[in-house]
Design a protein around this ligand. Sequence first.
Ligand code: 13P
Length: 249
Amino acid sequence: MRRPLVAGNWKMHGSRAENARLIEALVEASDTATCEVVVCPPCVYLWEIGRQLKDSTIALGSQDVCAEAQGAFTGEVSAAMLKDVGCSYALVGHSERRALYREDDALVARKFVAAQAGGLTPILCVGETLEERERGVTEEVVGRQLDAVLALAGVAAFGRALIAYEPVWAIGTGKTATPEQAQDVHRFIRDRIVARDATIGGAVRLLYGGSVKAANAAELFAKPDVDGGLVGGASLKADEFVRICAAAA
Ligand code: 13P
């Protein structure tokens, strides 16, 4: 049985005051949460939020991580530093990083390895654009994104990682993949891992992301290979996010 997990990716939103209110509400609701809950605030707030989460069951994640362990990399933050301020998870290869900051499959694979080497559990994000879906190459694209990480990290590394399927056309657009569309790609992803190691493939948790809301979460999470969600906009509203987490339980 795979334990469901819901992660909130705040992207570049929030302030100390807004974060404090949001975290207070989430911590209050977390006592009854039966799924695992992770929040990924902007890097600069991690330490403070980590302290606010200290006695709670909510885990902390970063939105990105440097592929290098340390050194002259101005502006970057290493996995060990993220671990040091209380993170347990790191998103790697989010579509906004891939598209806006030109992160290619090879760099994403290095970030995945660096996250694990620094003691973090990577949440590898994969997904196709609208143009790619319409061309019928979704599996080719997602397969290529997965294979780059499998080649560098090895299948065993997926024993300590999650994968988030986020179709780019569904992110921040209000256009959610149907539960069937999500399930189809999740099945494809799981099969790809199972082909290399059945135990690891059967156990790896697959999150769906892209306009997840309280209103659509339950039907998405009901699919057999959807083990939770990676939530953007709706994770900034405490009551909405709590309802999404409840839907994953
Ligand atoms: P939205 O939930 O705002 O569509 O964002 C999804 C996402 O990119 C989470 O990482």
